[in-house]
Design a protein around this ligand. Structure first.
Ligand SMILES: [Zn+2]
Ligand SMILES: [Zn+2]
Length: 88
């Protein structure tokens, strides 16, 4: 039980600070003011500028190497996914 709880807390704090994939999928970053808005919005909730089509997670994936099978972001020289063992 404790282990499960600890895992939940870790996941929630990752989401809160914006590092978890779930949180990143929910956010878009404004190109004009750099603030995050919900990905359901078309315009920045801070400055009103048009938001990009892609959410934070999609943009992050374009800049980093990641595992196609489990979405784990890995270093550029990684050959096998540390999470699921998939060849990259
Ligand atoms: Zn903005
Ligand atoms: Zn993987």
């Amino acid at each position: 039980m404790r282990l499960i709880l600890a895992e939940q807390v870790r996941q929630e704090s990752m989401d809160e600070y914006g590092f978890g994939p779930r949180a990143m999928k929910r956010l878009k970053v404004c190109k004009s003011c750099g603030r995050a808005s919900p990905s359901t919005e078309s315009f920045c909730t801070e400055c009103g500028a048009k938001l990009p089509e892609k959410n934070m997670f999609q943009e992050y994936k374009e800049r980093h190497k990641f595992c196609k099978s489990c979405d784990t972001v890995v270093k550029d020289d990684t050959e096998y996914c540390p999470q699921c063992g998939e060849k990259l």
